[in-house]
Design a protein around this ligand. Structure first.
Ligand code: UD1
Length: 307
């Protein structure tokens, strides 16, 4: 069995590659290292890496023909709302067009695949008040990033149904864990926080810390993806989250306990257009057999241990 992982040198992608290899699959990675890092991938005979852009249509078609993957995991993305607002045309190419073209190629060339999994985001829910977010909750994608993710989801599911391609979509909530890059101001808050604790430098808190998120440890994310693959489910959307709402203030307290260090905090105005509260309903995943292995405390403790 063979899997193609786009974005496989990235934070979540590289953990998925590790898991797929453990499960005995050969893995083909396509990554242009715009967000990813080769250090995230150990050299292994089972893993072939192509340093290419998923927007290179000819190359992607060639890879599909040559490699004939059984599973396709589309994780390549420009995963920043802010970036999508600054460069909507460029990010649209990666977050939408590259996926659409791949689906279209699969359709035209009648490629036989076992599963095509597209990774979407909680961003599609936007700022609507209903909580927790269920997969059938109303959506309100407002940024180019969220609109691309939602539109692509629709194409992925419609292509699945119309042309009998086994497709599935997942919506990531706030994923954290080893290998998440803290370097950009739009990096995940837990990677930034971890770096602050490690370097003993102050953390900038946007707003009053009462904003909430649903943080999910990357190992649970991989478990969820693998469950979705092995269950053979198709033409469905799944939230991937912990199902627990946690405020930033609670995170700060918990993380201080874990590290035994005190954090200096700079307070700044809340980010514009930011979601105040976020939490997922994960019943759909649980009904598939998902059992959360990592509470926030356990995940943070393991993350910190590896730092
Ligand atoms: C996250 C995703 C984004 C996704 C969105 C969907 C990440 C990195 N980002 O954004 O891709 O589209 O959910 O809802 O997973 N914060 C600070 N100080 C910092 C950094 C962040 O106080 O230095 C605060 C933010 O203002 C926010 C919270 O921490 O309130 C979480 O921020 P962040 O990790 O960037 O995630 P989201 O904003 O939820």
């Amino acid at each position: 069995m063979k899997a193609l992982v786009t974005g496989g040198a990235g934070f979540i992608g590289s953990h998925l590659v590790d898991h797929l290899v453990e499960q005995g699959l050969d893995v083909v990675v396509v990554d242009n290292l715009s967000m990813g890092d080769l250090h995230n991938l150990r050299q292994r005979p089972e893993v072939k890496v192509y340093l290419e852009d998923v927007c290179n249509e000819k190359f992607m078609q060639q890879i599909l023909q040559e490699e004939q993957p059984d599973y396709i995991y589309f994780l390549a993305a420009v995963a920043s709302v802010a970036d999508s607002i600054e460069r909507p045309a460029e990010t649209h190419m990666v977050n939408h067009t590259a996926v659409f073209r791949m689906l279209e190629y699969i359709r035209r060339s009648h490629l036989e695949i076992k599963q095509f999994l597209f990774t979407s985001s909680a961003a599609v829910y936007g700022n609507l008040p209903e909580l927790p977010k269920r997969e059938d909750s109303r959506v309100d994608p407002v940024s180019p990033y969220a609109i691309d993710k939602y539109a692509t989801e629709r194409f992925v599911l419609a292509y699945g149904e119309l042309y009998d391609i086994p497709t599935v979509c997942v919506r990531f909530f706030n994923v954290y864990g080893p290998r998440q890059n803290p370097a950009s101001p739009y990096s995940g808050v837990l990677s930034i926080l971890t770096d602050c604790f490690k370097q003993q430098r102050p953390f900038t808190l946007y707003g009053d810390g009462t904003q909430t998120r649903d943080f999910v440890y990357v190992k649970d994310v991989i478990q969820a993806i693998w469950l979705i693959t092995t269950s053979g489910v198709k033409h469905e959307v799944f939230n991937i989250a912990n199902g627990v709402e946690t405020s930033l203030n609670d995170i700060l307290d918990t993380y201080e306990d874990i590290t035994g260090r005190e954090l200096a905090i700079n307070f700044a105005a809340g980010r514009l257009g930011e979601v105040k509260r976020s939490v997922a309903n994960i019943d759909k995943l649980v009904n598939l057999g998902y059992q959360r292995n990592w509470s926030l405390k356990q995940g943070l403790a393991q993350y910190w241990e590896g730092v």
